[in-house]
Design a protein around this ligand. Structure first.
Ligand code: HEM
Length: 409
């Protein structure tokens, strides 16, 4: 059955968006997941189940592109058409061209990064060694600086520039939220930030164009078929996308993972005894408490979801976090259980937009959570639940204060 009139799901969805429920939205996801599809209002729908979300992520009749007409004053993309935005918000075929070019340069550079990421994690925790018993905010001390350090290393940006990247990451993140959730003032502010970002990157791009190095920017500028090379605007926007898509998400993975481990001491003990469990722990954090809670799309044709017609031109919100706890797909969905068989979670999306940085995020999450388990002796949560940032789509705690007896070397 599908709830349609008079849109009762809007109340349940309202509870989900309510900041006072941010620390535990899962009972509200479960409430919504009693039905596979909800109509929120005339043109907005929610989809809650794993099988439907999986299918819709791969359905070419759903568009990730903003349906508004393109700005006629926009600069041209490398396809000769007015530029529409980052590849995350583009449909094929231009999406595929930009994604392939990015992957060609990104993937080989991250493959060998594990030792460097482990060294960064070690360095961030070393700062707390020898202080005896104390307290660490895992978000500020580890989860925030790690992804910025990693992206700067990939781009060949010197460590002293990391605070600038950090600040841009925070401000640009709003660009990932659906445009209809932004106020006029926020849209104006975002446009200013995006202009500042391009102005900040331009000298860096020109320097690499003149003297290419081994970094990602140089690779994107100079390698591969010149016919499909990104132009400067696309390059700056893609670099911004890598920064924002890879930042807040990874922060949430490390923060949510720390919470899950400290609330499940048996798993923490097992990870400490067997670091090989880290991969399964990270997959289970991604399922149990996903950093990206939902994904939005527009329908370009009438589609049928679980027997319900969703008309062309409507907006569909795919509730990844609800699909990740769908009892039809996952046994004991509310249990944090790293050894669960067949953990096909939806945390990285699916289809043509499947997360391009998934392998990197996994490495960062595994390195950070292994270090927390092995180096903090007798760790415990100081405030539980912790305070949460206002964001719903990229949901995560503002801080995770952990008390310890010592930070070991
Ligand atoms: C735990 C960390 C992460 C999570 C949970 C995550 C999640 C996601 C999800 C759900 C999508 C699909 C969005 C959609 O379909 O609309 C996505 C796309 C993307 N992610 Fe991630 N991400 C993470 C880390 C990263 C990292 C580290 C990077 C790169 C440095 C990255 C880069 C991207 C890019 C470029 C896309 C767009 C791909 C496309 O549109 O083809 N992500 N991510």
């Amino acid at each position: 059955m599908t709830s349609t009139h008079p849109h009762p799901a809007a109340t349940a969805y309202g509870r989900l968006l309510d900041h006072s429920n941010r620390h535990n939205p899962y009972p509200h996801f479960a409430e919504l997941a009693k039905e596979p599809v909800h109509q929120l209002d005339e043109h907005n729908w929610l989809v809650t189940r794993h099988a439907d979300i999986t299918a819709l992520l791969r359905d070419p009749r759903l568009s990730a592109q903003n349906p508004a007409p393109t700005d006629p004053d926009a600069p041209l993309g490398s396809d000769g058409k007015p530029f529409r935005g980052p590849l995350l918000m583009l449909d094929p075929p231009h999406h595929d061209t930009l994604r392939q070019r990015t992957m060609d340069q990104f993937v080989p550079r991250i493959l060998g990064m594990r030792p460097r990421i482990e060294a960064m994690v070690a360095d961030l925790l070393d700062r707390h060694v020898g202080t005896g018993s104390g307290e660490i905010d895992v978000v500020a001390a580890l989860a925030y600086p790690l992804p910025v350090g990693v992206i700067c290393a990939l781009l060949g940006v010197p460590p002293e520039e990391e605070p600038v990247f950090h600040s841009f990451a925070g401000r640009l993140t709003r660009a990932l939220d659906p445009v209809e959730t932004l106020t006029e003032q926020e849209i104006t502010q975002l446009a200013v930030t995006q202009r500042d970002w391009r102005a900040y990157l331009m000298p860096m791009i020109e320097q690499r164009r003149a003297q290419p190095g081994t970094d990602l920017i140089s690779g994107l500028l100079t390698k591969g078929d010149p016919a499909t090379r990104m132009n400067t605007v696309e390059l700056a926007v893609t670099l911004g996308l890598l920064l924002i898509a890879g930042h807040e998400t990874t922060v949430n993975l490390v923060a949510n993972g720390t919470l899950a481990l400290l609330r499940n001491p048996d798993v923490l003990d097992r990870l400490r005894a067997d670091p090989d469990l880290a991969a399964a722990v990270v997959e289970e954090v991604l399922r149990y408490d996903p950093p990206v809670q939902m994904n939005g799309r527009h329908t370009t044709a009438d589609i049928v979801v679980a027997g319900q017609v969703v008309p062309a031109g409507d907006h569909v919100q795919l509730l990844l976090a609800a699909g990740n706890r769908d009892p039809r797909r996952f046994a004991h969905p509310d249990r944090f259980w790293p050894e669960r068989p067949g953990n096909a979670h939806l945390a990285f999306g699916g289809g043509v937009h499947y997360c391009l940085g998934a392998a990197l995020a996994r490495m960062e999450g595994q390195a950070a959570l292994t270090a927390i388990a092995s180096r903090l002796s007798n760790p415990r949560l100081v405030v539980d639940p912790p305070p949460y940032r206002p964001n719903m789509l990229l949901r995560g705690p503002e801080e995770v204060r952990v008390g310890y007896d010592a930070v070991t070397t």
